[in-house]
Design a protein around this ligand. Structure first.
Ligand SMILES: Cc1cc2nc3c(=O)[nH]c(=O)nc-3n(C[C@H](O)[C@H](O)[C@H](O)COP(=O)(O)OP(=O)(O)OC[C@H]3O[C@@H](n4cnc5c(N)ncnc54)[C@H](O)[C@@H]3O)c2cc1C
Length: 368
């Protein structure tokens, strides 16, 4: 039987930007809590797996919504990122945003959050667009950032377990009897037993990573209703992400070469510096943003175990160390209930909202 003192008070499922941000925020609030992070993909070990989103983000602070909750999350996150600039992993980046549809300007709420905000006039508006604004936001290199978050948590004693969880109930094996489980499994929440959220869907993003240290500014157009956008996001390591697609409910993880050519063509017309001989293509990328009909899920649920019907999966002998193996073989799994705090489904804005979401999740953990 495992020693209860060595088990976690909180078990976080998922080591993407949300799981890691929740762990940091929780330990800032309660430094003595024992935290375990259980995930199929881990920063540093699975950076090129397409089965999670976080390593593939562009990755800049950009607002996708003016809903009050998102505005709060994005504001908290922006300030947190801005404070990280001196650490070198986050970069202040001048950014131009342009569009042609009427009504977009009225939706911009973050003039006083980003720095140096100005409305562009006349020739300052990029060619082919009717409107534009310029401001300074932050960009980062997601793989380096995730690794930094993980390193910081390891120093604080967080246990990392790299494994697939067939159901949310499996996570309880890493926690004390009354441990709280946090579900940050992104698109995995669609198939994770006991969660099986059918309102999840992917937004396919095809992008190109280029080595282009001569590009220091970000540019992005705003398109309505998904499809294709044109953007270039320079990051602190001298690479830029150019993009890209927003293809709703498209699960294709293979590369579409025509789309790749089209992305480079559009981006280099908008940013001619991409055509410099200094620019080298590093990789073509395809990844899936974890989106949810109805928006991000941040809420508490009490789950009964064993799970019922098709949600139940065979118990895991290794995990059920306090249950005699014979009982498991006979299918007599002891019943119990546990608390899950869900935090998944942020689609294209997981980084932009990460620290704000983490604050709300920690409040739910501490009040459960
Ligand atoms: C091309 C692209 C560009 C983007 N650009 C930006 C941007 O500029 N700014 C921005 O804010 N956001 C951006 N995003 C979105 C952002 O990447 C996501 O919103 C964010 O990474 C989601 O993080 P997450 O932690 O919720 O999920 P994920 O990063 O997907 O992590 C999920 C975790 O759960 C684990 N997991 C899942 N199922 C299981 C299971 N059954 N058992 C065990 N572990 C499991 C995974 O292994 C992983 O560790 C972009 C995304 C893409 C694809």
């Amino acid at each position: 039987m495992p020693n209860q003192d060595e088990l976690a008070d909180v078990v976080i499922c998922g080591a993407g930007v949300l799981g890691l941000s929740v762990a940091h925020t929780l330990l800032a609030e309660r430094p003595n809590m024992r935290v375990a992070i259980v995930a199929r993909e881990m920063p540093g070990l699975d950076d090129y797996s397409q089965n999670w989103a976080s390593p593939w983000a562009a990755c800049n602070w950009f607002s996708y919504s003016n809903k009050p909750t998102t505005v709060r999350w994005e504001t908290i996150s922006f300030e947190r990122f801005w404070d990280m600039i001196p650490e070198g992993i986050v970069m202040a980046t001048p950014t131009t945003m342009c569009w042609s549809a009427a009504g977009v300007a009225e939706q911009i709420w973050y003039q006083d959050v980003v720095r140096n905000y100005e409305v562009l006039e006349g020739d300052a508006i990029p060619a082919g667009y009717k409107y534009g604004v310029k401001y300074t936001t932050i960009t980062l290199q997601p793989r380096l950032y995730l690794q930094k978050l993980k390193n910081g948590l390891e120093k604080r004693g967080v246990t990392f377990v790299r494994r697939y969880l067939p159901s949310i109930a499996y996570a309880t094996a890493y926690g004390k009897k009354d441990a709280i489980i946090v579900n940050c499994t992104g698109l995995g929440s669609m198939s994770l037993g006991g969660v099986e959220d059918t309102s999840m869907f992917p937004i396919r993003g095809q992008t190109i990573t280029v080595h282009a240290p001569h590009i220091k500014e970000s540019i992005c157009d705003i398109v309505d209703g998904g499809g294709d956008a044109t953007y270039c996001v320079p990051r602190p390591d001298g690479t830029c992400i150019i993009g890209g697609t927003f293809q709703f409910s498209n699960w294709q993880q293979g590369l579409d070469t025509d789309t790749g050519f089209a992305i480079f063509d559009r981006a280099s017309r908008m940013i001619p510096a991409l055509l410099s001989p200094e620019t080298k293509i590093v990789s073509h990328n395809v990844a899936l943003r974890p989106a949810r009909m109805g928006g991000m899920r941040v809420e508490v649920e009490r789950v009964e175990y064993p799970l019922e019907g098709p949600q139940e999966v065979l118990p895991d002998f290794e995990l059920e160390a306090d249950v005699p193996v014979e009982a498991l073989e006979e299918g007599k799994v002891p019943s119990k209930s546990f608390t899950v705090v869900h935090a998944y489904g942020m689609g294209p804005a997981g980084y932009s909202c990460s620290w704000g979401i983490a604050e709300d999740v920690v409040k739910l953990i501490l009040s459960s």
